[in-house]
Design a protein around this ligand. Structure first.
Ligand code: SF4
Length: 434
């Protein structure tokens, strides 16, 4: 388990939608699991559409959903939206502090403020007062988001900027870091002066190295939970790497308490990919199957790409437990991966051998692999649910198949370079999968 940076803890939500804890480790709290957030893409005032999108994100695994409230009709819509959803809602407020007051009045569970466009002390204090007395007096938290694009340099902070400029003189992002820390210190003073500590902080940028530098510096100076994100990251195809590299780096260093991945794509992907990132880092307990598969190579003798995609979709539909499933192309790495998996197939010459916890259960032609593999996964899940099997438990050690080849492609053939594409094998279908 990755040790986590201790923070204060905040709670988002209520009894009806559920309470999501963010951060922890200070003041007698235990660190909460890293939560996953996303944001709707529809107009909030289109109530039915907004409810449907929130529910879709929640069904995908989002712990918290944020909505934009640029207009009064949006904050008014929250009164109808919130009773229809079962996930805490954050109001994303820019420019108009009145929207924050209206959202609180409508029963929202958290407010996001941007110091770059709501900086008037009196206005911020009004929002703080409203958040303090919301939720039956228990209060609701505020996220302070100092995104790169929204930071405004203030003339009256030149002295502090100069100081921090010296601190960060060796950092290629030094100027931005100095502005950001100055801005945060200035802004958070308003909250502290009003005895308000129910705060999370974000400092997003599209530049991954700046994201790492910013969150690292913030984590040294403030003990509030950190909301991680790479903003304006682009479409999923490129934004996945742009996001997961810096966020994974921070999370692996113990920094980060809640995550929002931002894609110019369906936000359900934001949730799925954030969860997968947390699963592989061991920061969340996996829900659903852990699927591994080989990338294939010149030894492949089945259409593995199509098989893997079919298996992935069927597993997502049919299996709920975190069963580890391996789909491997041949006996070079197949037996090794199959040993570590609950259910595994490794292929040979248009055939596949299927194992369940190390025990060989079938040797089937290529056309039957998918159906049989799924049947074994369902059977295994039922056994686990009935207490007759345990995830991750090996029954026997896998012995590779007979080299003469019950798969038609044993070690001898692979070692001697005699593996040819099987007669009639249609080859890979790169580009055909979806
Ligand atoms: Fe190639 Fe076999 Fe490894 Fe797959 S398991 S990548 S087919 S050597």
């Amino acid at each position: 388990m990755i040790p986590r940076r201790p923070t204060r803890q905040v709670t988002v939500g209520d009894e009806r939608v559920g309470r999501i804890l963010i951060g922890g480790g200070k003041n007698g709290t235990a660190p909460a699991p890293v939560s996953v957030q996303s944001m709707t893409t529809c107009y909030t005032h289109e109530v039915d559409t907004c409810v449907a999108e929130i529910n879709r994100l929640a069904a995908a695994g989002a712990d918290i959903v944020r909505v934009a409230v640029p207009g009064k009709n949006d904050t008014q819509a929250l009164k109808q939206i919130i009773p229809q959803v079962r996930v805490p809602i954050v109001a994303d407020v820019h420019f108009h502090f009145g929207r924050a007051l209206e959202a609180v009045e409508a029963g929202v569970h958290k407010i996001r403020l941007n110091p770059g466009n709501i900086s008037d002390r009196k206005q911020v204090e009004e929002v703080i007062a409203a958040c303090k007395s919301a939720n039956g007096g228990r209060g609701i938290p505020i996220r302070v988001g100092v995104n790169e694009g929204s930071i405004v340099e203030r003339k009256d902070k030149q002295k502090r900027l100069k100081e921090l400029g010296g601190v960060f003189s060796d950092n290629k992002h030094g100027h931005f870091l100095a502005i950001m820390i100055t801005k945060l210190e200035e802004y958070l003073d308003i909250f502290y002066d009003n005895d308000f500590y129910d705060i999370t902080i974000s400092a997003k940028s599209p530049d991954p190295s700046l994201v790492i530098a910013a969150y690292t510096e913030i984590s040294k100076r403030f003990d509030h939970p950190l909301h991680l994100g790479v903003t304006h990251a682009g479409p999923r195809e490129t934004a996945m790497i742009r996001s997961c590299v810096p966020l994974g780096h921070l999370l692996a260093s113990g920094i980060g308490d809640t995550v929002r991945i931002s894609y110019a794509s369906d936000p359900v992907f934001e949730v799925e990919d954030a969860l997968e990132m947390l699963y592989v880092l061991g920061l969340r307990e996996r829900k659903g199957v852990d699927l591994i598969a080989c990338p294939t190579c010149g030894r492949i003798q089945v259409d593995l790409f199509t098989l893997v995609q079919d298996v992935r979709k069927k597993l997502a539909d049919q299996i709920t437990l975190p069963i580890k499933v391996a789909v491997m192309g041949c006996i070079v790495n197949g037996p090794g991966e199959a040993e570590g998996a609950d259910v595994a197939i490794f292929a040979g010459n248009q055939r596949g051998i299927i194992y369940v916890q190390g025990e060989k259960v079938a040797n089937v032609p290529e056309a039957e692999i998918l159906e049989r593999l799924m049947a074994e996964c369902v059977k295994f899940e039922n056994k686990v649910k009935a207490g007759q099997a345990k995830l991750g438990e090996k029954v026997v050690q896998i012995a590779p198949p007979d080299p003469i080849g019950e798969l038609g492609s044993g070690f001898d053939k692979i070692a001697s370079g005699q593996v040819d594409a099987a007669p009639g094998h249609t080859g890979l279908t790169i580009g055909k999968t979806n």
